[in-house]
Design a binder for this molecule. Structure first.
Ligand code: SAH
Length: 255
């Protein structure tokens, strides 16, 4: 049933992560949670026995995150919501008498990245949180390290924090947009020595040093190109430029 969720942006495939709200009292929180996950590129919200849903307040608070609302799945128990999941994280505002490893959202997001299949992030009721038997169904407890004297976030805001961390972790896993064409193999040490020989020769040909010692500038240029980690194609491009500069210098000298 849950596999009918759409993926919103095919250019940016997100991991199959569902956000599960258990026994939510306020429909406004459902809408706000829908908006929170949609802004972070997720669309899958599952409600376990919500007190009031559908509801006009949910629609209003979703503020146009209609694709999330349309795809909401309502199930009677937490077991139904997570049956096919490989990794289940339970979010708690305070420590419970359950011996689960407790981690912060950032570590949780890093762990999620390693999971090859479906993931559920579970949130409790506004007043009572997750019951112990619900937490027992999770592999880890996630706690947002809030002020210990006032540690309980609004439900939708807790959803936002988790969704944000999950998105950051997903973005890190993507190759950057501007990666461009695949780069060539890195230049070898020998190619770099020919490159530097050519560069320094060119600097002489265009009279860059004007009588000063070339030693310091040559050291700096070596350091600069060491940072650049040039690949073989980039070395060819730069040496093409040196060839032209040398040709122009010869022409200028009338040779
Ligand atoms: N009085 C409840 C608070 C529930 S707040 C309790 O003490 O558990 C509703 C839900 O938001 C929680 O069940 C939890 O899933 C999430 N939440 C709120 N604050 C959180 C925090 N600091 N860390 C992790 N999840 C939190």
């Amino acid at each position: 049933m849950l596999s009918r969720f759409p993926i919103p942006d095919s250019r940016f495939p997100m991991q199959p992560i569902r956000f599960v709200l258990v026994r939510t009292s306020h429909p406004g929180n459902i809408g706000a949670a829908a908006r929170a996950i949609r802004t972070m590129g997720f669309t899958r919200l599952v409600l376990v026995a919500p007190h009031k849903y559908p509801h006009a307040e949910a629609t209003a608070m979703a503020a146009g995150a209609d694709d999330v609302l349309e795809n909401i799945v309502v199930v009677p128990t937490l077991a139904d919501a997570i049956a096919d999941c490989r990794f289940v994280l339970g979010c708690t505002a305070r420590r419970r008498g359950v011996s689960l490893p407790e981690i912060a959202p950032r570590e949780a997001a890093a762990r999620v990245r390693e999971v090859p299949g479906e993931v559920a992030v579970v949130f409790g009721n506004e007043r009572t949180g997750l019951e112990n038997d619900e937490l027992m169904r999770c592999q880890v407890a996630v706690h947002i390290p809030a002020d210990p004297t006032y540690s309980s976030l609004n439900l939708a805001q807790a959803v936002q924090v988790l969704a944000y961390e999950l998105r950051l972790a997903q973005l890190e896993a993507q190759p950057p947009d501007d990666a461009g064409p695949k780069s060539d193999p890195p230049a070898t040490a020998e190619q770099m020595e020919y490159f530097f020989g050519h560069l320094f020769q060119t600097l002489g040909d265009i009279d860059f040093h004007k009588g000063r010692s070339p030693v310091t500038i040559e050291k700096r240029l070596r350091r600069l190109f060491a940072h650049a980690n040039l690949d073989q194609r980039e070395v060819r491009i730069l040496r093409g430029i040196f060839d032209d500069a040398q040709r122009m210098a010869r022409m200028a000298k009338g040779r």
